[in-house]
Design a protein around this ligand. Structure first.
Ligand code: NZQ
Ligand code: ZN
Length: 388
């Protein structure tokens, strides 16, 4: 096992009818900016419950943060934050609203010229941020309990991730009943995202970390067991609760402690969203099986373990690893998320060319590339996408 440190300061408030807890968590004197997306919270009662709990506190609102939150949209909040002396941000919605809110929390305290500079690596992340919290309505990203955020810039077709210890939510309210209204596609995206987060921290190479391996396998097995039910029985509380808890546990920093991490599927997937607008979960379902086949020999030991322990195959190493990849593709399809670019009307040769060039332009090589071995460069990215 590798050395590590671990700290996660986010308080999680989980269960039915927990939105009312807002009243105990946010100071009466706070000047709040409530952020939300395209309006789902107004249709399913989450907005009303949040407003009721906030009572007489000063609440300003900013709606319209889109899926794959845009820099251009988030920047519009800075004026109102300054004018109204906002001192607390409350994100109500899915991962996109929350990620956008995390960016806003940092941008509001940034002293440089353009906050995009700390997204694209030109400048350091600010050393101050507005405090924030969330009511989560879509289990997928783990953003409710981590310090990551991903923001897209429309004008340059870029999508970049950031990280700052300052933007862990102070608390997150996870009420599984708020997810009953999710469209099937978003439930499927969330299941795939949770699954792939787990894999990015598991499917690398063995480092004698059996506890971490079993934590990861427990999340994967659970998702396989109940994933389809999440689509077929949208109001099954136990299934919704388990999906929600699984998503948080998959990316709150715990299962990656002491083990290598991959994240190449995410890196390549972000470019598919940036160029073609695919949902985040869809990009992952496309890329990961192709990446595994491309990196088969290097990942064979963990693929085999995964095939044995999660799918129950007891064949030869190569056979078990091969079958495990096929089963994973079937699982993604079973929750309604397609695994081939043509299913989304995208030409794989064109996408391979465009995206591998972008990584080459950024200086990526096969010696200093993506993945746990840093060996996925433009050539490998092209092969992976051509195969999808
Ligand atoms: O905008 P509204 O009207 O709220 O509708 C949303 C949106 O259209 C809808 N929705 C959310 N909750 C709902 C609901 N509809 C009905 N009922 C509900 N309860 O679902 C749509 C998608 O929402 P979005 O927030 O975009 O989805 P998700 O939570 O999957 O977030 C995706 C974003 O998170 C980033 C992705 O790259 C992407 O930009 N990620 C963030 C990570 C992090 N912070 O750690 C890690 C992930 O790997 C990921 O990259
Ligand atoms: Zn993800």
């Amino acid at each position: 096992m590798q050395n590590f440190s671990y700290q996660n300061p986010t308080k999680l408030i989980f269960g039915k009818n927990t939105i009312g807890e807002l009243a105990n968590e946010i100071p009466q004197s706070a000047k709040i900016l409530l952020t939300y997306g395209g309006g789902s919270i107004k249709k399913n009662g989450v907005y009303d419950a949040a407003k009721k709990a906030l009572g007489s506190r000063a609440v300003f609102e900013f709606g319209g943060i889109e899926a794959n939150p845009r820099y251009e949209t988030c920047m519009k909040t800075l004026e109102i934050i300054k004018k109204e002396n906002i001192d607390f941000l409350l994100s109500v919605g899915g991962g996109s609203v929350l990620d956008g809110t995390k960016f806003i929390a940092l941008a509001a305290k940034y002293n440089g010229e353009d906050p995009w500079d700390f997204m694209c690596g030109k400048a350091k992340s600010p050393n101050e941020a507005l405090p924030l919290a969330s009511i989560l309505t879509l289990p997928a990203t783990g953003s409710e309990s981590n310090a990551n955020f991903v923001v897209s810039r429309n004008s340059t077709q870029e999508k970049f991730g950031g990280w700052s210890p300052l933007i862990y939510p102070k608390f997150s309210i996870l009420d599984p009943e708020t997810t009953y209204t999710l469209p099937a596609k978003q439930t499927g995206n969330g299941i795939v995202d949770t699954f792939v987060h787990t894999m990015e921290q598991y499917l690398t190479y063995p480092v004698n970390a059996p506890l971490q391996d079993r934590w990861a396998e427990s999340i994967l097995t659970t998702l396989i067991e109940i994933g389809r039910k999440g689509i077929d029985e949208p109001e099954n509380y136990d299934v919704r609760a388990t999906l929600m808890w699984a998503a948080t546990m998959a990316l709150n920093g715990l299962i990656s402690r002491g083990v290598p991490e991959d994240w190449a599927t995410h890196g390549i997937g972000h470019e598919l969203t940036a160029f073609y607008g695919l949902d985040h979960g869809q990009t992952l379902a496309v890329v990961m099986p192709g990446l595994w086949r491309n990196q088969f020999e290097k990942k064979k030991a963990k693929l085999t373990r995964y095939g044995h322990r999660v799918w129950g195959f007891l064949k030869s190493e190569s056979e078990t690893a091969t079958l495990a990849i096929e089963k994973t593709e079937e699982f993604f399809e079973s929750v309604g998320i397609h695994t081939k670019l043509k299913d989304y009307g995208i030409d794989s040769a064109e996408a391979a060319e465009k995206i591998s060039k972008r990584f080459a332009d950024r200086g990526l090589t096969s010696e200093s590339g993506l993945g746990e071995n840093r060996c996925i460069g433009p050539k490998e990215i092209k092969e992976i996408l051509e195969s999808r």
